[in-house]
Design a protein around this ligand. Structure first.
Ligand code: F0G
Length: 458
């Protein structure tokens, strides 16, 4: 039997969920044009669309909300968050934003010029889009192991240091206004970055005078992976590991909707004073006065508590074992998954499970639909629906290497029996995998197809 630490909390308030019957699920699918984004949330039994803003706040966070100070400027809530941000991340300057992409938008607005390049291990979609919208070119330089689903490298989110150096030499440091690292690497399967790699990246950026920003969305999960897997860190607390990591950087953007366990919020931090002054001006135009960003005072208080709770060892041990537990259950029932388990999500290799479907028949979409049809579970496809595009020169369709379905686990939200249910549902799908048919578009917009496309079964 798989070992799994019990939830380090008990449940004081519940939100009912219901599994509608299979005829109602079929009907809901038809009405949604087989696009899971178009389903009503109330028709979903277990929602694994994202781990962003979907976690459960604690009694301490809800209590903090009642202390929220809604003063326009200089609110007490701001100073309570100031203490937490300074203790944990230690940057000279910071500001709240309404979520992660707002911090990325401000940073891009003040630093990215037409033709600039921004290297990272891998940019998340919103970072990528914010850089591109300013004429910049986001560049992913993660280690090759990240692209091999079976490779058990303990830090598959690491930057390829040789590639980074060669890239800077080729592009010229003057064309790189800042460099980044995403922890954990969401676009690459929620895989962590080692402290050793972070130090090496910081050294390279420093040697070329390139400011170094961390995308810190899953800082706490990354710290716990380091504690478990990297030599010399077993005795250090996740907070100490986080402090050590962020001391290497010149700034960070953060979506607080992940490891800070709030439903909305973000941060932008930096050391440089001139940059801070420019960022503040952008913040005031787009988000709000610098002591509230785009948030209510109560949101700042919930974040101040959540930042610290996200670093508690008992919570992180439970959290990372939860994804590992589901990963192991899925392997037991014959589901091909990306190895090792990421911090926040499981990635099913739908292409390997449904080898009879070609990229053009959307095996990723077929599996995502089947999870809902069989068990009322919503995941998200990360394959040909999201990433295929027409080559502008040849007019031919270009498909991604992997056809994945991501099951993101919201924090403190679902119990172990929910995970057992997900594995049971998948085991039924595995047994009839060879009979699952593909899909085609009946409507698809030119960009960001996955959100609004409609499908029909082939
Ligand atoms: N950076 C990373 C690594 C992320 O995973 C996300 C969001 C963002 C930035 C943007 O933050 O949503 O607060 O504006 N990821 C979510 C997901 C949406 O489902 O993976 P945001």
């Amino acid at each position: 039997m798989a070992q799994h630490p019990p939830e380090p909390f008990r449940i004081k308030m519940v939100e009912p969920i219901r599994l509608i019957d299979s005829a109602a699920r079929e009907n809901a699918l038809k009405k949604a044009g087989y696009n899971l984004f178009a389903l009503k949330a109330e028709d979903i039994f277990i929602d694994l669309l994202t781990d962003s803003g979907t976690g459960a706040m604690s009694n301490r966070q809800w209590a903090a909300i009642m202390l929220g100070d809604e003063s326009y400027a200089g609110a007490r809530s701001y100073f309570r968050l100031d203490e937490a941000v300074n203790d944990i991340f230690g940057f000279e300057h910071w500001m709240p934003t309404h979520q992660g992409r707002a911090a990325e938008g401000i940073l891009s607005a003040i630093l990215v010029k037409e033709g600039n390049y921004i290297p990272s291990n891998m940019h998340f979609d919103t970072t990528d889009a914010n850089i591109r919208s300013r004429g910049g070119r986001p560049t992913n330089l993660v280690i090759d192991e990240a692209y091999d689903p079976a490779n058990m490298h303990p830090f598959k989110g690491n930057m390829d240091i040789a590639k980074l150096k060669a890239f800077i030499e080729e592009i010229g440091a003057e064309n790189i206004p800042f460099g980044m690292m995403t922890v954990t690497n969401n676009a690459g399967g929620g895989q962590p970055v080692s402290m050793e790699n972070m130090c090496a990246v910081a050294d390279v950026y420093k040697s070329y005078n390139i400011p170094f920003f961390i995308d810190a969305a899953r800082y706490a999960e990354n710290a716990y992976f380091i504690k478990m897997r990297e030599e010399g860190y077993a005795e250090k607390s996740p907070t100490e590991i986080t402090q050590e990591m962020f001391a290497l950087a010149d700034g960070m953007t953060m979506s607080a909707k992940k490891d800070a366990i709030v439903n909305i919020g973000g941060l932008l931090c930096m050391r440089d004073n001139d940059l801070f002054v420019q960022a503040q001006n952008e913040l005031i135009m787009r988000e709000g006065f610098p002591t509230y960003g785009g948030l209510a005072g109560r949101d700042l208080d919930a974040m101040a508590v959540g930042l610290r709770e996200g670093l508690e060892e008992s919570y992180l041990a439970y959290r990372l074992n939860q994804t590992a537990y589901l990963n192991d259950l899925l392997i037991d029932v014959g589901v091909p998954v990306i190895q090792p388990a990421g911090g926040h999500a499981i990635y099913i290799d739908a292409g390997a499970l449904l080898p009879h479907l070609s990229h053009a028949e959307f095996p990723d979409q077929a599996l995502a639909v089947e999870l809902y049809r069989e068990g009322g579970i919503r995941g998200v496809e990360l394959g040909s629906v999201m990433f295929s595009h027409e080559d502008p020169d040849t007019g031919e369709m270009v498909y991604p290497d992997l056809e994945l379905v991501r099951l993101a686990i919201p924090r403190r939200t679902y119990t172990q029996s929910h995970l057992d249910y997900i594995a049971e549902t998948m085991s039924k799908i595995v047994k009839r995998a060879d009979q699952i048919g593909g899909y085609r578009f009946t409507y698809a917009p030119q960009f960001l197809k996955h959100f609004t496309a409609k499908f029909e079964p082939l």
